[in-house]
Design a protein around this ligand. Structure first.
Ligand code: PMP
Length: 344
């Protein structure tokens, strides 16, 4: 791996971050806060939230098995997708490599940050190899993006190939494990201590059922987390989000229950799709959604919209021609979808 200084943009490496009132005060018990130009009324919303979200990180550390100092929290994982570009990619000069198809925000953030986005097309099993990914890199490649289980294909990438990429690349490898709670593969965040160039993304938006609160996380070395903390907005995770996330984290068993039901339902819905005359193929999945190749995705999508049922039309995505991406809902919602398709 190149040194972190070599990988970080010079202006960011040299950045003196904003120091907020609450950053500067730390330590002894205090009773009177006259430091942050807040209004003393309307408690508790009058006070700025903890800029480094320590209480929340301590709770996440327990559930995820990652030390608090190795955790960055953001406004959804979308913030943790944008931030690495701003920290590491020199606009107009550096590039990143990603699999194709994959989650669209990696490219959108590359475009926003004027960073060349190189793609490696997956094969017909939606897999790739470390050799193909590494061959797409050059001396200006700062990041390789991997998503496993991948969106929109649903499958996990081959773990040995992912490890080979991490071991063989001298830049940063970001593995988005947004859907790993639905997968039987061991999450890569467990390997963080071994790989200083690895960043793993997680989110509260999927298995944890908290998409509305916007809480995403990046797990990485303390040195990388320190760089993220320098660049992020001072109070990027608001108090309501921190409180709600803490509440959700108190009951991980509820999440386990949801995941179990969703996986069972996933099996039932996929089985029903497999015998629909309008479904040509269903792809194996490790996520809370699956991809189905239909006879005519556009027509079927519009038909479902007319019935008030919205799925994701992936027809225009490479390798996904005529594919619909189906998110697993409640039993009733899934049954409605199946019933509507049987009537098509
Ligand atoms: N990563 C992947 C792979 C996703 O599919 C999504 C959402 N569709 C996200 C990240 C974004 O998650 P968040 O809600 O945490 O921004």
């Amino acid at each position: 791996m190149k040194s972190l200084e070599q990988l970080t943009r010079k202006n960011i490496w040299n950045l003196a971050p904003y120091s907020s009132a609450r950053n500067e005060y730390a330590g002894r018990e205090a009773r009177v806060f006259l430091d942050a130009n807040e209004n003393p009324y309307n408690q508790p919303y009058n006070r700025y939230p903890d800029p480094l979200q320590l209480e929340l990180k301590t709770a996440i550390a327990k559930v995820k098995g990652v030390p608090a100092e190795n955790i960055f929290l953001g406004n959804g994982s979308d913030e943790a997708i944008d931030l690495p570009y701003r920290c590491f990619c020199e606009p107009g000069k550096d590039n990143v490599v990603a699999i194709e198809p994959t989650y669209g925000m990696y490219k959108v953030c590359a475009d926003i940050n004027d960073t060349e986005y190189r793609t490696v097309l997956l094969d017909e099993h939606f897999q790739t190899t470390a050799d193909k990914l590494l061959a797409a890199t050059d001396e200006h490649t700062k990041i390789i993006w991997l998503c496993t289980p991948n969106n929109p294909t649903g499958n996990c990438l081959i773990r040995e190939e992912v490890i080979k990429v991490i071991e063989g690349f001298d830049g940063l490898v970001i593995v988005d494990e947004a859907y790993s709670d639905f997968s039987s593969q061991k999450p890569l965040r467990a390997e963080l201590a071994k790989y200083p160039n690895l960043i793993v993304l997680n989110t509260m938006s999927k298995a944890w059922g908290c998409a509305a609160i916007r809480l995403g996380m990046a797990f990485a070395s303390k040195e990388i987390i320190d760089i993220f903390n320098k660049v992020k907005y001072p109070y990027n995770v608001n108090l309501l989000t921190q409180q709600q996330a803490l509440k959700a984290l108190q009951d991980p068993f509820e999440v386990d229950g949801w995941v179990k039901i969703l996986k069972e339902e996933r099996g039932r819905v996929m089985q029903a799709f497999s015998i629909l005359p309008i479904c040509e193929k269903i792809y194996p999945t490790d996520a809370n959604f699956f991809l189905a190749k239909m006879t005519d995705a556009n027509k079927i999508y519009n038909y479902l919209v007319d019935q008030g049922i919205i799925v994701r039309n992936r027809n225009r995505v490479q390798l996904c021609q005529n594919c619909l991406r189906i998110t697993i809902g409640t039993k009733t919602e899934n049954s409605e979808l199946i019933a509507a398709l049987r009537q098509y």
